[in-house]
Design a protein around this ligand. Structure first.
Ligand code: PEP
Ligand code: MG
Length: 290
């Protein structure tokens, strides 16, 4: 069975009722990108840019980043690459993004929240995304969004950089990781082109269990019915918007049918999980969405 999945890794994943489900990869390095191509990824659903540059003291220039993003896109044969902007803070510190010394790092400055206090660093990364878009199919995604205002702010910075470069638009998405966003997904209709549910963090916040704490991390299960309900609400609140799942839940083939029936349109998993996730999709009858 694992053998059969591997043999079909480069074929599209289509449900028994004819719904094609892109299965993309979560990658942090060029090596990951190459591996994901070998495992049949339909693109990159989550590029963890902060891991790519985790050893850097100073922020990489837009040109340097763009070259790296284009190289990753080429490794995927030109398939789409979803660049997550710096998700600095908590479990993913970055030397060039200040996040303070909070008592509760997961609840403190992280991702887009930290960017709002470091606009220059953020603008430089968006410049990189737009430069990369000249040579690759890229989209941009903001982590740790907790309000529509976060998106409005980020889009404002993106618009300014776009004008400065005379660049065209790129698809803009958010990660759904904070429960209030899932509960109020409709507030994001019209301001996002796509959304991707980060179930690693969504489970952590929904279950109030620090993912890095061995004593409680296991309490927050990603397949908990409450987490699945938050995914359902995300899909229901954003009709016409593609909702992906990119947390570890996307690689759990016991949940593939459930996710597709809730309205999830795309899955993004660790490279080695892709063949089996595609195979799981092929066994699902999704049916009409509610
Ligand atoms: C997530 O939170 O589910 C996610 C995909 O992002 P990360 O694991 O990098 O925080
Ligand atoms: Mg996350």
């Amino acid at each position: 069975t694992a053998q059969r999945a591997l043999a079909r890794a480069h074929e599209d994943a289509v449900t028994t009722d004819g719904v094609r489900v892109p299965v993309l990869a979560n990658v942090s390095t060029l090596a990951d990108a190459r591996e994901s191509e070998r495992f049949g990824a339909d693109g990159v659903g989550l590029l963890r840019s902060e891991i790519l540059y985790s050893s850097r003291v100073d922020a990489p220039s837009a040109e340097e980043q763009a070259a790296a993003y284009v190289e990753i896109a080429r490794a995927l044969g030109g398939r789409p690459v979803t660049i997550r902007t710096w998700d600095a803070g908590a479990d993913k510190p970055l030397a060039f993004v200040p996040t303070g010394t909070p008592d509760n790092p997961a609840m403190a400055l992280r991702g887009i929240r930290a960017m709002r206090l470091a606009e220059d660093v953020f603008a430089e990364q968006l410049r990189a995304v737009l430069l990369a878009a000249r040579d690759a199919d890229v989209r941009v995604m903001f982590p740790m969004v907790s309000s529509a205002d976060d998106v409005t702010w980020a889009r404002g910075v993106l618009d300014a950089v776009q004008r400065e470069l005379g660049a065209g638009p790129v698809p803009v998405g958010i990660m759904v990781e904070v429960p209030v966003v899932a509960l109020r997904a409709g507030d994001f209709a019209g301001i996002v082109d796509f959304a991707s549910v980060g179930t690693n963090d969504l489970a952590q916040y929904a279950g109030a269990a620090d993912r890095t704490d061995p004593d409680v991390g296991g309490l927050a299960r990603q397949d908990d019915p409450a987490v699945l309900e938050l995914i359902r609400l995300t899909c229901a609140g954003l009709p016409g918007v593609d909702v992906a799942v990119c947390g570890d839940l996307a690689g759990d083939t016991t949940q593939t049918a459930t996710l597709l029936r809730l309205g999830v349109a795309e899955l993004s998993a660790s490279p080695t999980r892709i063949p089996e996730v595609k195979q799981a999709v092929r066994g699902v009858h999704r049916g009409e969405l509610a």
